[in-house]
Design a protein around this ligand. Structure first.
Ligand code: MN
Length: 647
């Protein structure tokens, strides 16, 4: 592997790339890593070079490839992020920064390590998904060269790759990377099973190839006779997927691996269906084995037609049919329809980011990380069913999901209020299990509340999480109401605002949303209750004017911001709802080095969403900084503080 190899690879799919920057990044990294060696004894620069090459195989844009070359410089050499920014610009620097941050995770116990690491990977990628590509390429090359490490380290890295990175690669639809990561992880985590399986696979390979060749010849002739141009290939099976299938179906190797698998790639969708017709005409289809992922793509955008038929030798043959474009997406994920510019404006890209947004929405604080990992494990691997709303919208659910799962998948407010449903026109109870193709009409009642019993039969993590949250909120209320209100308000005053009236009960007015640092004024509403406005607040000015004219009792008090270095504040953001919004706000706050205790969002109008963040503030300037940055996020309409209390 040399720089020239990388450059040739890039030229294969994008001849217009200006190689000066790639060359410069390579030379920069080579100089920075000079003298460093890999565990294998090779010069270190080969690692970033291989990483960049993998990114080029995924046909990524030049910025990502340059970031791949530089990804270890900030962590492992004297190079700083500022150096990268100066030499290669902000975009590259931000990708290198993201990759470095994921690497700098504090390792505590294994469980929380994985939970935390998924969280960080997701946080980093919500800002720019390309960070994940760099990280996946980095991990893939490390896995390929893992034999040079101590066994203990091998297992630790392999476990992380199996539990964190392979699922992420799957979700992003990068099948080629997912397969390889899983097979390599299995090699180190289950060395014996891996060995046994690979022996089997190699032994049966020759016989299988002959079989494939025979069926392939028959099928190719049929296609030509029908005037269809398509490429028929034998389909490689991956060790880990064979192993998982054996586990799932509780059967032995022969039963799984004797399956003959073919893939047909053609030009158009119409031809895909025609080919299935030809196949089903030629050989007897096995019932319930036809899946149409063209009409209903998988969440990671995978599209294909799957079928299984009884082959010429009486054995089952699995056949997948897809177009060239679908094939590219299946192998390379979103990288396959990567736009060189304006990536974010891509519709399909947005769809693939939806799951990231969901995870961020579901996951409220670090305590839930364990739950998050469980959720990822369940939701990534189990089979899905497709159900429909009365208007025909597809709702995908886990197999075994019930009415309540469906209701929560549609909207959490519908989940909270559901009392029953009509499935295909018939009334059924909440716990009824749904089947593929069911049309579900939910019946709600305004006085309904989620019940703990529901947890016994719901299947999806989203429903579980929402029910737990609702139960928790209900039980939380009485505790809050018996608190000494006076004491609480006093604490509020201690933190954010000082007043010339001792023991004043301060209220930040809603009309002008005073934010820390704004010039403010207070006036007594009643007793010791003081309302605080911005000095330039129009309604305050009007009120003052009116009070003067009518000679009404009006008293102004001095109020001032107090710089308390560690307080818990509640920070509200109102914005127009859109995909990725919550993640963007969250990331904007995280970038100000703020520790977030909880983050919630709810719809408060047809298009309006209210996000609430509880966070640790380090004084007036810090809050001001957050407010300023968050208000610049696209579609944010208003930011304000409320219910402040001292820790
Ligand atoms: Mn690396």
């Amino acid at each position: 592997m040399r720089l020239g190899t990388l450059i040739n690879k890039i030229k294969e799919y994008n001849p217009k790339v200006d190689m000066v920057l790639v060359r410069k990044a390579y030379e920069f990294a080579e100089k920075a890593h000079a003298g460093q060696k890999r565990a294998s004894g090779e010069p270190f620069i080969l690692h970033p070079l291989h990483t960049a090459y993998i990114l080029a195989e995924l046909k990524l844009d030049p910025v990502t490839i340059v970031a791949g070359l530089l990804h270890d410089t900030v962590e492992d050499t004297s190079v700083t992020l500022e150096d990268i920014q100066k030499e290669f610009g902000a975009e590259v620097a931000s990708l290198v920064d993201g990759a470095t941050k994921i690497k700098r995770l504090g390792v505590q116990d294994m469980e929380s390590y994985h939970a935390e690491s998924i969280r960080k990977v997701i946080m980093a990628s919500a800002r720019d998904i390309r960070v994940i590509f760099v990280k996946l390429a980095d991990k893939l090359h490390n896995m390929r060269t893992l034999e040079h490490f101590r066994p203990e380290k091998q297992r630790r890295i392999a476990k992380e790759v199996r539990d964190v990175y392979a699922p992420i690669a799957y979700r992003l639809g990068i099948a080629s990377v997912k397969w390889e990561l899983e097979d390599l992880a299995m090699k180190y985590l289950q060395p014996e099973t891996y060995q046994t399986l690979s022996v089997y696979v190699n032994k049966s390979a020759k016989q299988r190839e002959e079989e494939v060749a025979r069926i392939k010849a028959v099928l190719e002739k049929e296609l030509i006779d029908n005037g269809i141009h398509a490429i028929v290939t034998g389909r490689p099976k991956h060790l880990y997927s064979v192993y998982r299938k054996m586990e799932r179906k509780k059967c032995c190797f022969e039963e799984i691996y004797d399956l003959t698998a073919l893939r047909v790639i053609t030009k158009t969708v119409k031809e895909c269906y025609e080919i299935i017709g030809i196949v089903h005409n030629k050989w007897r289809p096995i019932p319930n084995r036809f899946d149409d992922y063209i009409a209903m793509p998988k969440p990671n955008l995978y599209q294909s037609l799957h079928t299984a038929v009884v082959g010429p030798e009486g054995k089952p043959v699995e056949i997948q049919v897809r177009t060239e474009e679908m094939h590219a997406v299946a192998e390379g994920g979103i990288a396959a329809h990567w736009k060189y510019k304006g990536v974010v404006a891509d519709d399909k890209f947005d769809t693939q980011l939806d799951w990231l947004k969901q995870i961020l929405d579901w996951q409220r604080d670090a305590k839930d990380s364990k739950e998050l990992v469980d959720m990822l494990k369940i939701d990534f691997f189990e089979d899905e069913i497709f159900t429909f709303t009365p208007k025909g919208k597809v709702v995908e659910l886990l197999k075994g999901s019930c009415i309540v799962d469906f209701a929560y998948a549609v909207h959490s407010s519908i989940g909270d209020k559901c009392i029953g449903a009509k499935v295909n026109g018939k009334f059924v109870p909440l716990r009824s299990i749904l089947k593929n193709g069911d049309v579900i009409e939910i019946v709600t009642a305004s006085n309904q509340k989620p019940s703990r019993d529901w947890l016994k039969f719901v299947r999806t993590s989203k429903a579980k999480q929402k029910i737990r949250q609702a139960i928790k909120e209900v039980t939380d209320i009485p505790i809050a109401t018996i608190k000494d209100v006076k004491a609480e308000k006093k604490e509020l005053e201690d933190w954010i605002i000082g007043s010339s009236v001792p023991d004043a009960r301060i209220k930040l007015s809603k009309c002008c949303n005073p934010l820390p640092g704004d010039p403010i004024v207070g006036h007594v509403i009643i007793g010791k209750k003081v309302s605080v406005h911005r000095i330039d607040c129009a309604s305050y000015q009007a009120m003052k004017h009116k009070a003067k004219r009518s000679k009404a009792n009006y008293s102004e008090v001095g109020v001032f911001w107090v710089d308390n270095p560690s307080s818990i504040i509640e920070f509200y953001v109102e914005a127009l709802n859109r995909t990725g919004l919550f993640a963007e706000i969250l990331n904007t706050i995280i970038k100000t080095q703020t520790s977030i205790k909880s983050a919630k969002a709810k719809l408060i109008g047809p298009h309006l969403v209210e996000c609430r963040f509880t966070m640790e503030a380090r004084g007036v300037n810090h809050v001001q900084d957050i407010a300023r940055k968050v208000s610049k996020v696209q579609d944010v309409k208003r930011v304000y503080l409320a219910e402040v209390e001292k820790e």
